[in-house]
Design a protein around this ligand. Structure first.
Ligand code: GAP
Length: 463
């Protein structure tokens, strides 16, 4: 199966199983925007909760905020986004399609290296559109010009040049402009961090790699303020912490690549940037990043607002602008990486009981992020009353638990494997006497006979 094949299957699976839908689909959709369905939203929330628990509520040196999507336009002028948050855009003079110039260069380089001839299937539909013009053979592209990625909007009932601002393209600025507020109300001392998870908007020129590059998405990021001179060691610290989080969630080390940005490619605010790239089925791409933003943002906002955004260092008796180390993560990209990581398709099924269909999909989600934790089945409908009691008790304890009495047990296992449920419980005729049930493990298919009274202990802190 090629990477493109696998990816197509994943997209179809996510829609079929209620994880991810194209936004406003009944009206033909809207480019680069997606909705999370009933299972998708649980996966998303589990990931966000784990992130928050680990980096905010689980620590003494990080506090959370939830800043607004709309901010005074001056924020974006001071941060440099109004002038510089842009990508190079080229347009075909024949068909008028627009593309990101750097992506065009990358795809053309791949195609001319022979990949096109050997495996055309490895190119996504978007990449094929770059390689072929519908008005005849190749595109005739204009010179690249800069296209600002921020969505502009008007605030209030009058529309004029003073009334507009932008939907935020990152959450970071909300933390910088609240630096003084947080400092005064949380009694934190350097080093400390401000964290948030929130929606961001970017009018991307090229979308099409599904959740990877979208126009509306969530970022989870920390602005970690440190004394100047201590920034490099904190950078190393966060590099390790960030990687460990990805590994603990289920990203495998072999699919993770550390990418150090060359000095010539650093953003205007960055002294050093390292990304963790992920080997997606459509190629190795940025999953998450870490930047040393120095004192750029606090200084810029202090200058533009006229407000004192310095920190009083009690040890030296001097005011300083802290440096900032910023670990940042697109939650949607992480969801996509975890889906790609977990997806397995087995032709013919895994056991005799499961050979009714030609193929079986198993999602190997880590049980901490799996949308459904446990499914409870009665062997036959006659046993449903006792099985339902177990289901209700487990639901009270563990939240997302499902009950299923439809079809053969093998078929029910397959339904749960397809959404990544780590454990299935079957209540059978022996259960009536021995007060035990069979607990089946999704990955090993091992079956344990467990006392009903000990189920909560058995699952313990697995979720
Ligand atoms: N505050 C820093 C910042 O915003 P970024 O690298 O531009 O840095 C942060 O974005 C993260 O957001 C990226 O590492 C990536 O995971 C995610 N991201 C960026 N653009 C995205 C898009 N168009 N669609 C989905 N995720 C995106």
């Amino acid at each position: 199966m090629t990477g493109a094949d696998k990816f197509q299957k994943i997209v179809a699976w996510a829609k079929r199983k209620g994880f991810i839908y194209p936004s406003s689909e009944i009206y033909g959709g809207i480019g680069g925007v997606y909705d999370f369905g009933p299972y998708g939203v649980e996966l998303l929330r589990n990931i966000k909760n784990l992130w928050w628990g680990r980096f905010v509520s689980g620590r003494d040196d990080v506090v959370g905020i939830d800043s607004s999507v709309l901010m005074n336009r001056k924020v974006w002028q001071a941060s440099g986004h109004e002038k510089g948050f842009s990508d190079p855009l080229v347009e075909c003079k024949k068909c008028h399609q627009r593309f990101r110039a750097d992506i065009v260069d990358e795809v053309i380089a791949r195609a001319s290296s022979g990949e096109e001839k050997s495996d055309w299937e490895n190119f996504s539909e978007e990449e094929k559109a770059i390689l072929r013009c519908p008005k005849g053979d190749k595109h005739e592209l204009t010179q690249a010009k800069q296209f600002n990625l921020m969505f502009k909007t008007s605030v209030g009932s009058t529309e004029n040049s003073d009334s507009y601002t932008y939907f935020r393209p990152e959450t970071a600025q909300g933390m910088f402009v609240n630096f003084k507020n947080v400092l005064e109300t949380s009694r934190q001392k350097l080093p400390f961090g401000i964290a948030q998870i929130g929606k961001c908007f970017r009018n991307e020129i090229t979308t099409g790699e599904y959740l990877f590059r979208v126009r509306e998405f969530e970022i989870a990021e920390i602005e970690y303020f440190v004394k100047p001179g201590k920034d490099e060691e904190w950078f190393e610290y966060w590099l390790k912490e960030w990687k460990q989080f990805l590994l603990d969630l289920g990203i495998s080390e072999k699919n993770l690549v550390e990418h150090e940005h060359p000095k010539s490619e650093l953003s205007h605010y960055s002294k050093r940037t390292v990304d963790y790239n992920y080997k997606f089925p459509f190629g190795e791409k940025e999953l998450t990043g870490l930047a040393n933003r120095t004192d750029f943002d606090l200084k810029s906002h202090a200058k533009a607002s006229g407000k004192d955004l310095q920190y009083f260092d009690q040890e030296t008796g001097k005011k300083i602008y802290p440096y900032v180390v910023e670990p940042t993560l697109g939650i949607g990209r992480l969801v996509l990486a975890l889906i790609c990581e977990s997806y397995e398709e087995i032709k013919g099924g895994r056991s005799k009981a499961e050979t009714e269909t030609e193929k079986e999909v198993i999602m190997h989600f880590n049980s901490k992020i799996a949308p459904v934790k446990i499914a409870v089945f009665p062997l036959t409908k006659k046993l449903k009353s006792s099985a339902k009691t177990i289901y209700r008790n487990l639901k009270k304890e563990f939240g997302f638990v499902e009950y299923d009495e439809t079809g053969s047990v093998g078929r029910r296992y397959r339904r749960q494997d397809e959404i990544g449920t780590p454990y299935c419980i079957t209540y059978d005729f022996d259960s009536e006497n021995d007060k035990k049930v069979t607990v089946r493990n999704r990955d090993t298919m091992k079956q344990d006979r467990i006392k009903i009274a000990e189920l909560k202990k058995y699952f313990g802190d697995k979720f």
